[in-house]
Ligand binder design. Structure first.
Ligand SMILES: [Zn+2]
Length: 153
């Protein structure tokens, strides 16, 4: 099932943890609609700008999966409103920083997070889209004693 021209539902529901534990990670129809909006307004503009495959390391988290990985219950991932992007380990020729900078300068979003890594390159990029809350908040997440801490970017 396609969410948009270049994004398939399978790319946002794929989860190694869910697979390992035999957990259902299928979004509700409402959450699929949310993903479609995210695909049109976030994923496609990035995909079209760079013209290379854009890789999603984490998309949907069903209630069951979220409980398993100890995720925050209010996470946008649980509502089909967030994706984590990671170009590392792929030969797309673009960096996570380039993706981050493009989103920050060109798109409307709820939250954009530079996740871990260094000053040169984040480990991954979290971006969420909620048409009712496009506050363009940009955060920096750094790991302190094993826990992610968030500050203004
Ligand atoms: Zn995320």
């Amino acid at each position: 099932m396609k969410l948009s021209e270049h994004l398939d539902l399978a790319e946002v529901t794929r989860s190694d943890s869910a697979k390992r534990k035999g957990i259902n990670n299928m979004p509700t129809p409402e959450h699929i609609e949310n993903f479609k909006k995210l695909a049109e307004n976030i994923f496609e503009p990035i995909r079209k700008h760079f013209g290379v495959p854009i890789y999603i390391s984490s998309g949907y988290r069903s209630k069951e999966l979220n409980a398993l990985i100890g995720g925050v219950k209010t996470s946008d991932h649980c509502f089909g409103m967030a994706i984590d992007l990671d170009q590392q380990g792929h030969s797309s020729g673009i960096t996570n920083k380039q993706v981050f900078d493009f989103i920050k300068s060109n798109l409307k979003f709820k939250q954009l997070i530079w996740e871990g890594g260094s000053k040169q390159e984040p480990d991954w990029v979290h971006v969420s889209y909620d048409e009712k809350n496009l506050k363009n908040e940009v955060l920096l997440a750094t790991k302190v004693a094993g826990k992610m801490q968030y500050s203004k970017y």
